[in-house]
Design a protein around this ligand. Structure first.
Ligand code: AHG
Ligand code: MN
Ligand code: MN
Length: 319
C-alpha cells in the first residue's frame, strides 16, 4: 500500500501542495485523537459560544478549528485561511501560494452521540496582493485540491487534486495509506439521503420528486428506493463515493434556509469537486455548484449531489 506522500509524488502533484495536504492529514490525526479522548477529557457538549452564523459551537468545533489554524498558519505556503468557525478570513504568510478553506468539524451534532463526523477542506491559489475575504471568492472549479477526513470506525481521507479521487486510511503507525484508487460513483442508484422532516418546507419541484421516489416500482420513477440520513455530510458523501447514492439538502421556506443550509465555500465546493472527479454530478437543481461565483465566504447553497442519472433527474424536476 502506498503512503500518501509517495502517491502524490507519483501523480506529479506540486511538492508544495503535497506538503500542505500532508499538514492537513497530520492535523486531522490530532483532531481524531481529541475525538477519541472526548468523553474522558470532558470535551463533549457546547462551548457556550455562537459562531458568526449564530450556530452553537461545540467544544470540539473550536479545538478542531484552532488546531487547523495553528498548523496551517505555521506553513509559509499559506497566505490565508477561511473557516466555518471564523467570521472573516485569517491572514497568513504574505509570500504564501495557497488559501485554505475548511469546515473543521462537520456533523458536529453527532459528536455527543459518538456518530461519524469529519473535516472538509478546499485549497485555492492565492491571488496577488493583500489577502482579504474577497480573495477567497473563487468558483469551485478553481480548487487545486479538495477533500475530507472522516472520523468513523476508521479515519479515512478522500482527496482530489483534479486527477480523480483516491482514499487514504490512517494506520496505527501514524501514516495514511492509499486504500482506494480512482473511486467512481455508479450513475444509477436506489438509495437517497435527505432530511425528510423538512418535507413540508421544500418547494414544489422537490416535493414532487421525493413523492415520486417514495412511490417506488409503482411510481413514475419505477424503482424502489432505500433511505439513509446520518446528519453528517462527510459520512453521507463517503457512503456515496463508496457504494453510490444521492444526497440532497435543498433550499426550503424556513427562516434563513432560502438558500439551503450548507455553506458553498467549505461544504458545497469541496464535496462537489470530489463528486465530479468521481464521475458524479453536483447541482443546486439549477446550476452546477462549482460554477457559482461566491459573494460571501459563509454563503449558503442548495446541494443535490451523487449518482449522475439521479441528479440529472432531480434537475429535470426543477425545470
Ligand atoms: P456542521 O456540523 O458543520 O454545522 O454541518 C452539519 C450539516 C451537514 O453535515 C449535515 O448534512 C446537515 O448539517 C444536517 O442538518 P440537519 O440537522 O438539518 O439534518
Ligand atoms: Mn458542516
Ligand atoms: Mn462544522
Amino acid at each position: 500500500m502506498q503512503p500518501l506522500a509517495k502517491a502524490l509524488r507519483q501523480q506529479g502533484v506540486d511538492p508544495d501542495l503535497s506538503h500542505l495536504i500532508d499538514t492537513i492529514g497530520k492535523t486531522c490525526k490530532m483532531i481524531a485523537q481529541h475525538l477519541i479522548q472526548g468523553p474522558v477529557n470532558k470535551l463533549h457538549g457546547c462551548a457556550g459560544t455562537l459562531n458568526s452564523q449564530g450556530e452553537r459551537q461545540k467544544q470540539l468545533d473550536i479545538i478542531a478549528n484552532d488546531l487547523l489554524k495553528q498548523n496551517l498558519l505555521a506553513q509559509t505556503l499559506v497566505s490565508g485561511l477561511a473557516s466555518e468557525e471564523e467570521e472573516h478570513c485569517v491572514i497568513g504568510d504574505p509570500k504564501g501560494r495557497y488559501l485554505v478553506v475548511f469546515d473543521p468539524l462537520d456533523g458536529s451534532s453527532n459528536i455527543d452521540i459518538n456518530v461519524s463526523v469529519g473535516t472538509i477542506f478546499s485549497i485555492l491559489c492565492a491571488p496577488e496582493g493583500q489577502i482579504d475575504d474577497q480573495s477567497f471568492l473563487q468558483r469551485g472549479h478553481n480548487q487545486v485540491a479538495a477533500g475530507y477526513v472522516l472520523y468513523g470506525p476508521s479515519v479515512i481521507m478522500a482527496l482530489t487534486t483534479g486527477q480523480g479521487v483516491d482514499m487514504y486510511s490512517l494506520s496505527q503507525d501514524g501514516n495514511y495509506y492509499q486504500t482506494r484508487h480512482q473511486v467512481k460513483i455508479p450513475p444509477h442508484t436506489q438509495e437517497f439521503a435527505i432530511n425528510m422532516s423538512n418535507q413540508r418546507f421544500w418547494d414544489t419541484s422537490m416535493q414532487r420528486y421525493i413523492a415520486h421516489l417514495l412511490e417506488g416500482e409503482q411510481g413514475p420513477i419505477g424503482k424502489r428506493f432505500n433511505m439513509r440520513w446520518i446528519a453528517s455530510m462527510v459520512a453521507e458523501v463517503h457512503r456515496i463515493l463508496t457504494r453510490g447514492g444521492i444526497f440532497m439538502y435543498p433550499r426550503d421556506n424556513r427562516d434563513s434556509m432560502e438558500h439551503g443550509k450548507l455553506r458553498l465555500m467549505y461544504e458545497g465546493n469541496p464535496m462537489s469537486l470530489l463528486v465530479e472527479q468521481a464521475g458524479g454530478v453536483s447541482s443546486t437543481g439549477n446550476t452546477n455548484i462549482v460554477d457559482i461565483c461566491p459573494n460571501d465566504i459563509h454563503q449558503r447553497v442548495p446541494v443535490i449531489l451523487g449518482a449522475m442519472a439521479e441528479v440529472k433527474r432531480v434537475i429535470t424536476y426543477h425545470r
